[in-house]
Each structure stands twice: as C-alpha cells, then as structure tokens.
Design a protein around this ligand. Sequence first.
Ligand code: F6R
Length: 349
Amino acid sequence: MKHYLLDGEWVYREENYRRAFELVDGYIDAFMDGLRSGRSVKAEEIDVKRVLLLGMGGSGIVCDIAAEILSSRGIAAQVSKEYTAPLGEWDLIIAISYSGNTSETLNSLLRFLDQDSRLVAVTSDGRLARLGEKFGFKVVRVRGGIPPRYAFPDMLGAILGYLENLDLELARINLDEIREFQEGLKRDKGVDENPAKEAAIRISKSHPIIYVYREVRLPGYRLKCELNENAKLLCHYAEIPEALHNDIEAIPRDGLIIVPRSFREPYEISKTIEALSRLLGESRVLELRARSKSYFEEIIELFMLSDYISLYTSVLRGVNPLILHRIERLKDINAAYHEIKRRLDEKLG
Ligand code: F6R
C-alpha cells in the first residue's frame, strides 16, 4: 500500500526536500570526489603511530570514523571535541571543519601551528583554509555551499584519500554493493519495500530511543544527530549493555528502541537484544540492518540508512531538513566564539 506522503511524488518537488534528497542520493559520487581531492594532496613522509583528530558535529563524526579505522590498523587515534586539545605527542594532527570556522576545532589547533609538517586540515574554506596558507600545512579542500552534515561523504573520502598517501590504505570499497543498497532507500521505492521509509513512519509516531553497542556506535550516533538536525526530533541515545542496567527502567510507553545491527555483533549482544525484544514486545524494537558483510561497506550503508530515515522523518514532521534554527545563532551570541575568532584573526594578520 502507498503512503499518502512518503510515496507522493509531489512532496519531493518542494525545493528543500528535493535538494536534501539530491544531496543524500549523491553520497557515492561525493565520497569519490573527496577521495580524489585527498589523494591529490601530497603527504609528508612521516611514520604515523599516534594520531589526534579534531572536529565537531557533522565534521566530528568524520573524525570518529577515521579514528576507528586507524585504530583497527593498530594506530593509536584519539578524537577531541573540546575547546583545547588533549596533551600528548602526536605524529599527525587532523583538523576537520567543513566551514573552517568552528571555534573548538580552531582553538584546539592553535597550539600545533608550529608543527606544520604534522598537520593536515579538511575543509571547504574559512579560517582553517587561511591558517593552512599562512602556516604552510596541508589542506584538503572539499566542495563548498552545502550544510556540513551533508558533506559527510566528501570529508570522509578526503581524509581517507590523504591517508593513502601516507601508505595507509584504509578503505577498499565495493561501491556496487553500496549502490545497490542505496537504490532500496530512494524516494521511488515505496513504503512496503523501503526500510528507511518504514523506519521513519515508526519513529515519527514514537519517542525514539537509540541503543548502540561498540560495533554500531557511530551509525547509531549519526542517526541521533541526523534526527536532531534534519528532522528536528529529540531522541535518546545510550549504550548497551550498560543502559540495560539503568536506562531501561525509564523507557516511556511510547518509547521505540532503535538498534542498528551488525554482522560483527558479539553473540552476547545478539542474545541480549533478543531478550529485550521479548521483554518489551517486538513492536517496540526497530532493527536497522545493512546488507554488506564487510566492515567499511556496512558502516557506510548504515550511515546512508540513517540519513534517509532522518529525511523521511523530516517530511512526516513537515520540517525543513536543510535549515538549522539554533546552532549558528548560538555561535553568534557565544562570547567564547568571538574571543577565539579575534585571536585567530590576529594570527592571520
Ligand atoms: C551542520 C552540522 C553541525 C556542524 C558543526 C561544526 O550541518 O552538522 O553539526 O558540523 O557545527 O561545524 P563545521 O562542520 O563547519 O566545523
């Protein structure tokens, strides 16, 4: 059966929805463009054992994925989402800020400006790009003019492409597999056969509660952030099994547990989710699955699924998935932000 909104072509003719879906439909090409940009920036020859990654929000999650991949290759990687970077010795410092103007990221970077050979930035522009020009560190540019969170594939490709030049080939990707998965999430696939539309319908009628475990922490977090920013929907996010020792007592009547699942899921976690589903009733648990059975493809597919779910939820809630009402305004009225910008502008001359 068709859904009156999600399966209605007219909905997607509205400019904001059309543009948002177009951006998410372009995921793979954007990733490939990013990869090419990253590869085109020659890296210094350094032996990389310890990496620090700086980034917030939609840029920060790119740091999270890169760190997870680096760690899986035996490289110690730490992500910082603070105003000041943690103390430590780093072989490589990666700053990612789509706008190039995020104060936490730039302020953290300040202390490393004299270590230009160890620094690399990913950005579309802003003060970060100008700092790169002035202090001589590498800058990988991604396309400008879109909201940062939609540039996730561009930025991920950019940093992975750059790391290849350091002999760190981190992602061998089967794009055909991902492409096929994506086809099943697009607007022309009806509710009956489209897991993203089905999930959005359930989410929009409930109080969403995202439960993650280690292997799916990042896609689960992406879903939380995308529901917040695109669908303007507050949702709860917690880690299991810990949450099952406290959080579970407070699940509201209309709570819908959303659990991304992974082929890498440990046996104990599978059994725990099964038990949770028995306890609450299957109708109160929504499982999100990718199709691929390899690490990188699965992560990307779960990210895509999360992004589409958030867009369909924005349609159901009648909100604009491109516009943010508070994030930029808060930056504008935050004295700390202005102070950091002033210090940066002094440095930039
Ligand atoms: C906006 C968004 C935000 C930004 C964050 C940091 O689309 O997703 O979470 O990513 O405010 O800004 P940038 O990415 O420009 O450093």
